[in-house]
Design a binder for this molecule. Structure first.
Ligand code: HEC
Length: 125
């Protein structure tokens, strides 16, 4: 009987650190999801650029920016991942169009165009 109890005590002592670790992990998990929410919120201007990109640009430049869509090949849209165009020139091209690329000043305001320009910068990394 005495032996049995000490075996149980040993089991408890062995289990306690594990329970502690699991407990800590669980108590941290709400913080992790809070951090995710904060990140999404702070990236929302870029996310907006991303949705405008999907709406207006991806049919030629592709979701990955490489311009390998049927329309992108047909118009020679080029590869935005290799683009070196400045923000000023890029914004001007998006606003007023360039060659086979249409103008977007009637579909997006200046802020949206800057957002899309910021978004396509992400392709260059
Ligand atoms: C109808 C197809 C088409 C659509 C839609 C389109 N583009 Fe283009 N894009 C082109 C073509 C073609 C060029 C090359 C134009 C040139 O060389 O004058 C180009 C060039 C560019 C360039 C310059 C790349 C470089 O380095 O020279 C940028 C930046 C760009 N597009 C961004 C966008 C954005 C942002 C959108 C969406 C708002 C968009 N494009 C929509 C066809 C398109």
């Amino acid at each position: 009987m005495k032996n049995n109890r000490s075996a149980l005590t040993k089991l408890f002592l062995a289990a306690a650190p594990i329970a502690l670790v699991v407990g800590i992990a669980f108590s941290f998990s709400p913080n992790v999801s809070m951090a995710k929410v904060t990140t999404v919120t702070s990236e929302s201007p870029l996310a907006d650029g991303g949705s405008d990109y999907a709406t207006y640009c991806a049919r030629c430049h592709g979701n990955d920016g490489r311009g390998q869509t049927a329309k992108g090949r047909q118009t020679h849209a080029g590869d935005l991942t290799k683009s070196t165009v400045s923000d000023t020139k890029g914004v001007r091209m998006i606003t007023n169009g360039s060659g086979e690329m249409p103008a977007f000043k009637s579909s997006m305001n200046a802020e949206q165009i800057r957002g899309v320009m910021a978004y396509i910068h992400g392709f260059r990394r």
